[in-house]
Design a binder for this molecule. Structure first.
Ligand SMILES: C[S@@+](CC[C@H](N)C(=O)[O-])C[C@H]1O[C@@H](n2cnc3c(N)ncnc32)[C@H](O)[C@@H]1O
Length: 278
């Protein structure tokens, strides 16, 4: 059984505590299971490594286990902020263990404690689902980036089939009726011999998804040009009930990878990676 805190009005508290602990506890498992072998992580790392300049800021650095560490190993000077102290401590430990250094601090991506034009490269991966205001967060990242530098972030795209289904599934599950209904289905699945776990209580939906249109609106508001890459176009990822059995991306990597720059289809990718050249 998973330990779940139900927070009616405390999504922020939830994200800083319960979610942070879950992310922390699963860190070694993520690394061991090849979580970062996915195309959008590998491509994004290459983009960041090849970007000109040395001063890098990761917003929402978490445990820094992949991007921050790899960038430091490649010779970049790494700064990181996160709103979870617990994750930052673990990040510092991981850097120390490798004999590397990162300058870390507790801060919110919506109010970065740096002067204008402080960094060559600023990025946030896996952070927009928790941001209260996408435009404000992006504005802050752009503000602290030097002219000629880049800003990179990713989004969960509601136009993708399984992101859409998963999102509405979570909304349904967080209601009383939905919770009871899904508990029944999961019990059935368990009785049939499939592995399953069940939450202790209905959980607030704490992940924000965006559409390419809502991204465009935010960027238009800021008057900023950008490019997009879309990953896992059309192919379902994990689905409710079916879990990883439905993940066709694992079986057809070349197809999902090949469409990342397609002019139209990329907007149907499960993850959109946004690149701003300042
Ligand atoms: C899914 S994790 C990703 C961590 C890391 N970027 C990575 O790719 O491994 C999301 C991270 O963003 C942090 N976070 C979420 N909202 C934030 C905010 N408003 N300001 C700073 N950090 C935030 C969380 O604490 C967590 O460490």
């Amino acid at each position: 059984m998973t330990d779940v805190t139900t927070q009616k009005n405390g999504i922020d508290v939830y994200n800083k505590t319960t979610y942070a602990s879950q992310w922390l506890n699963a860190a070694d498992e993520r690394i061991a299971s090849g979580y970062y072998e996915k195309d959008h992580y590998r491509d994004t790392l290459e983009t960041l490594k090849n970007a000109p300049g040395n001063r890098v800021l990761e917003c929402g650095i978490g445990t820094g286990e992949f991007f921050a560490l790899e960038l430091a190993k490649s010779g970049k000077s790494v700064y990181g902020i996160d709103f979870s102290d617990e994750l930052l401590k673990d990040c510092a430990y991981r850097f120390g263990r490798e004999g590397l250094a990162a300058r870390l601090g507790m801060a919110d991506v919506h109010a970065l404690p740096f002067k204008e034009a402080s960094f060559d490269i600023v990025f946030a991966i896996g952070v927009t689902p928790f941001m209260k205001d996408l435009a404000l967060g992006v504005e802050e990242m752009v503000r602290v980036t030097k002219k000629g530098g880049i800003v990179v972030f990713d989004l969960m795209n509601i136009w993708h089939t399984s992101q859409f289904i998963n999102h509405w599934y979570r909304v349904f599950e967080s209601s009383r009726f939905g919770f009871a209904f899904i508990r029944g289905l999961k019990t059935l699945k368990k009785n049939m011999g499939f592995q399953t776990h069940f939450k202790a209580a209905p959980e607030e939906v704490n992940h924000k998804l965006y559409s390419p249109l809502s991204l465009r609106r935010a960027m238009k508001k800021l008057g900023i040009g950008y490019r997009v890459r879309g990953y896992n176009v059309l192919l379902p990822l994990d689905l409710p009930i079916f879990g990883r059995y439905a993940n066709l991306c694992e079986r057809s990597k070349s197809l999902s990878y090949g469409l990342k720059d397609n002019k139209f289809l990329k907007y149907l990718g499960s993850k959109l990676v946004v690149i701003i050249e300042k």
